[in-house]
Design a protein around this ligand. Sequence first.
Ligand code: BTN
Length: 244
Amino acid sequence: MLKLFKIEAYDEVPSTNDIAKELWHAGRPEGTVITANVQTRGRGRMGRRWISPTGNLYCSVILKPKKPIRSLSELSFVAALAVGETIADFFPEKKAVTYKWPNDVLVGGQKIAGILLETEGSQPDAQDVIVGVGINCASYPDQVTYPATSLADWMGTTPDPKNVLSDFLKNLRLYYNKWLKDGFSVIRPMWLEKAHGMGGKITLAVNGRVFTGAFLDINDRGELLVRNYQGEIDVISSAEVLFA
Ligand code: BTN
């Protein structure tokens, strides 16, 4: 069970995920948190940049769940629930928070946070994970592939990223420990309860190919189940959701 976090705060770094990896190699324990005011080379999923000016939250947490590699993708959903709960704590209209597969958190259908999981470790069956989280507290970039928003837009005031971080860590501990104890079977229904666009049309990019289908469910491994136009069910383990 994860009990304590130890925060190491920087002013400017290339990417908090990179610092977390370096410190993992230096032997830092589970629960080490790297945070920075600014990132000069913030990374997003699919090799994209994560523009990281001052005012937003950028943090990376070292986790050592001692679970088989195949279950690590479940952590995406654990992190998404923790971020979603954090957003809801700052913005009381809880219904506005939804989850976009695999690990985006939306408010009013617009992306407010990003999560990047990276593995670091050499044991064959139990790997350590860096959970990188960016939450748009003050701003978001103009040029984005999916509509974006910030807490400031919804709250009318800009929250201090330090307060957002402490709330996020409280929620991460809660959901991470639930997952360690009870597994994905307790995480999946909580995520599905607020899944964005369930039952509706979904457009995906899979290995550079774009296709549309109906978003049916996620399975017990967190894979996306989509009914294609031929009426068959495709099981998608990695893709980008373009529209839902
Ligand atoms: C995405 O939605 O594409 C994921 C974005 C993840 C951004 C965070 S900010 C903190 C951490 N450091 C990085 O370089 N990326 C993650």
